[in-house]
Design a protein around this ligand. Sequence first.
Ligand SMILES: NC(=O)C1=CN([C@@H]2O[C@H](COP(=O)(O)OP(=O)(O)OC[C@H]3O[C@@H](n4cnc5c(N)ncnc54)[C@H](OP(=O)(O)O)[C@@H]3O)[C@@H](O)[C@H]2O)C=CC1
Ligand SMILES: O=C(O)[C@@H]1CCC=N1
Length: 269
Amino acid sequence: MSEAIAAGIWLVGCGNMGGAMLRRWTESGVDPARVVVLDPGTPSVPAGVRVMASPPPGELPGIVVLAIKPQQLGAFADAVGDRLAGVPLLVSILAGVEEAVLAERFAPRAVVRAMPNLSVAIGKGVVALHSDTPDAALRDAAERLMAPLGLVEWIADEPLFDAVTALSGCGPGFVYRFIDAMAEAGAALGLPIDQARRLALATVEGSGLLAAQADAPPAVLADRVASPGGSTREGLNVLDRDDALVRLMRDTLAASARRNAEMAAEARK
Ligand SMILES: NC(=O)C1=CN([C@@H]2O[C@H](COP(=O)(O)OP(=O)(O)OC[C@H]3O[C@@H](n4cnc5c(N)ncnc54)[C@H](OP(=O)(O)O)[C@@H]3O)[C@@H](O)[C@H]2O)C=CC1
Ligand SMILES: O=C(O)[C@@H]1CCC=N1
């Protein structure tokens, strides 16, 4: 365990994403007694984790993880931002909000931007990281903190964070829509909707697991499903016609990336 993690973690905001990360951390060995959740509500947290409405007086942890909504940043910074000054590592998962803005508002020793996704709850998430800090120990601390959550990848340029957010941060939401759409389509062919939902979910689960273990990329796996002259090819032809699916996904991710850029601009004000 890194020195910064051992010195304690404050998790600011324990909603959908903060809560998912926290559960996985404590399940994977982070001592709950070293974690303080700062949240004005009554979040459900693992046993032993302290929940407080504001930072405990006279304490400073090794790491602060910001997991409030970008729209809540201003109010939090105005209320207690000065209490974070000098914290070794500030990790922010806020979509859009840039490192420079966080450095100015909180004056930590180092800022790391992180973009997790909801699957971190089961250790199968994606966490993208970026930091301008040259402090190798603090970069290592951020990486170690995120390691139990899933695939961790450093992103070369901070401006690419909006793209990463659209792809892997928002991605689970798009996959869930796809599962529901498959189920609806199965129901339209006559299957009972509950059964169609079970089949669609298990199909996506199995396909993802297989693709993750396979010796070939998804395009080759798709061809393995499509028996020559068979029915999968007919379906793939619909998805592939005029790049229909690719275009839909480009529009989808572009809309998310645009919103991230808007949130970044709002946070700069
Ligand atoms: N959800 C996801 O899949 C992902 C989210 N993110 C990022 O994570 C962040 C949180 O998103 P999400 O978990 O969905 O949002 P939630 O609204 O579920 O969580 C935010 C939490 O912060 C609490 N909060 C509000 N104000 C304060 C404050 N001043 N101090 C401390 N806590 C406060 C909220 O309480 P209350 O509800 O009472 O306002 C809530 O519990 C966002 O910045 C988002 O961009 C990143 C990747 C994926
Ligand atoms: O919807 C959002 O803004 C956040 C960022 C990535 C996933 N959820």
